[in-house]
Design a protein around this ligand. Structure first.
Ligand code: GDP
Length: 431
């Protein structure tokens, strides 16, 4: 197997950069040019020395990881050098000349998966963790990385296997009575499995909030204070605030965090009839945003009527400028975007409206591939339940088997042996 190499930090000017090598030759390759690695190199110790490739010299710190105790499960070396693009490129070039191969995207994690260092759900979580943009996203990805999703789904697989095993055993004893009791018992268990799969499927939606955050559109007539509200929520001046109608022509989009969740605000051009072409585009964008967002902040001046807006999003009514005039609605959040009064309260209301049932630490499915697999498993389980009174048990067993396999495409456990093993270990009657 070849030794791969890659820059693990961003390819830009920085104080320090990390280059990683993974594969059998890693240590030997680095030893040749790094003065810190003398004869005996202790794994997991950081050594200081000079790395001299002939073309470039740099003060470096290097760590050796001995297989299988490394990220990829292979021998690895991490070189901490200075973060100049010229230095890192030249070092990588040298090792490639010596026989190392440039790693492909995700190859270190792929090796970790192949070498049994992590399961599929964990490998995918690494990507989520790297891409996380909010604290909640990072916490959720880390929870998946530590195997909670894997445990939850493999537990479900175990329950399905046990249900299959019960059926298979009863097939060896084809008396009608046994078939009836088995059906009764199986129905109950399959029902409870269905509930758990459904609960798992539903975690995708709350996961979506953690992954992508909450999209909020601010709509309302011109000059009601949309831009000022955006600035107040963000805590800095992002939008231009004027009292000339139509100042915000395009849509702006900026984010803030609340309780670790990312909220993206979209300030819109305001909804009104206009002849200005640019502003017209803005207005149609506003209407589209109003349709696509999760939360619609519908803002009006205190005491004024609210325009009608079509949306499937959760609507929060906001009466602004309470420093100037009194609010009248019972169901509105009352604020002054000018003085900041009511802004914290509004943030809390937004959070409670969409995030109340989102538990950050919970294991959840985070991507479409998982959602499809869980949906398929659910369909098979539902089919088994619908048919249980009308078909023979071997067909039910086959549906369960397919549900098992669908879930297996997430955990990577798909082998028949697991099913067979479970049958013989628990249910082999009298033998
Ligand atoms: P937009 O067209 O809806 O984005 O409105 P702007 O945010 O540009 O605000 C229009 C005008 O209303 C500006 O002069 C703001 O200073 C003023 N304004 C916004 N919010 C408040 C508020 O809470 N109280 C008062 N008194 N004036 C406000």
């Amino acid at each position: 197997m070849e030794t791969i190499i890659a820059l693990s930090t961003p390819p830009t000017l920085s104080a320090i950069a990390i280059i990683r090598l993974s594969g059998k030759e890693s240590l030997e390759l680095v030893k040749k040019v790094f003065s810190g690695f003398k004869k005996e190199v202790q794994p997991r110790y950081m050594y200081y020395g000079i790395l001299d490739t002939g073309k470039i010299k740099d003060d470096c710190m290097c760590v050796y990881f001995r297989a299988p105790n490394s990220y990829t499960g292979e021998d690895m070396v991490e070189i901490n050098c200075h973060g100049s693009v010229a230095v890192t490129e030249s070092i990588i070039e040298y090792f490639i000349e010596q026989g190392a191969v440039m790693a492909e995207k995700g190859e270190f994690t792929k090796k970790a998966f192949i070498n049994g260092k992590m399961d599929l759900t964990q490998s995918e979580a690494v990507i989520d963790l790297i891409n996380a943009q909010s604290e909640a996203q990072a916490r959720s990805a880390y929870s998946q990385l530590s195997g909670t999703l894997y445990n939850r789904i493999s537990d479900l697989q175990k329950r399905i296997v046990t249900a299959i095993a019960k059926i298979e055993v009863s097939l060896d004893y084809p008396e009608e009575e046994i078939e009836e009791t088995t059906k009764e018992e199986s129905r109950e268990e399959i029902n409870s499995i269905k509930d758990e799969i459904l609960a798992l499927k539903n975690t995708y939606n709350s996961g979506k909030i953690l992954r992508e955050g909450v999209k909020i559109a601010i709509v309302g007539k011109p000059n009601v204070g949309k831009s000022r509200l955006l600035n107040s929520l963000l805590g800095y001046e992002r939008a231009i605030v004027t009292d000339i109608e139509g100042t915000t022509r395009d849509t702006l989009s900026e984010s803030y965090q609340y309780n670790g969740i990312k909220f993206t605000l979209v300030d819109t051009a305001g909804i009104r009839n206009t002849d200005d072409t640019v502003e017209k585009i803005g207005v149609s964008l506003a209407l589209r945003e109003a349709k696509e967002c999760d939360v619609l902040l519908h803002i009006a001046e205190a005491g004024e009527k609210f325009e009608k807006v079509e949306t499937t999003a959760k609507v929060i009514y906001v009466e602004n400028k309470i420093d100037k005039m009194p609010a009248v609605r019972e169901d509105s959040v009352k604020i002054s975007a000018l003085t900041g009064e009511g802004i914290e309260e509004l943030k809390k209301v937004i959070y409670d409206t969409v995030c109340k049932n989102v538990t950050v630490g919970e294991s959840r499915i985070n991507n479409l591939r998982h959602l499809n697999a869980v949906t398929l498993a659910l369909a098979n389980i539902e089919r088994a339940l619908e048919n249980i009174d009308f078909v023979t048990l071997d067909l039910i067993s086959s549906d369960l088997n397919q549900a098992y396999r669908a879930l297996g495409s997430i955990t990577g456990i798909t082998s028949e042996d697991e099913i067979v093993g479970e049958i013989f270990s628990k249910f082999c009657v009298g033998k």
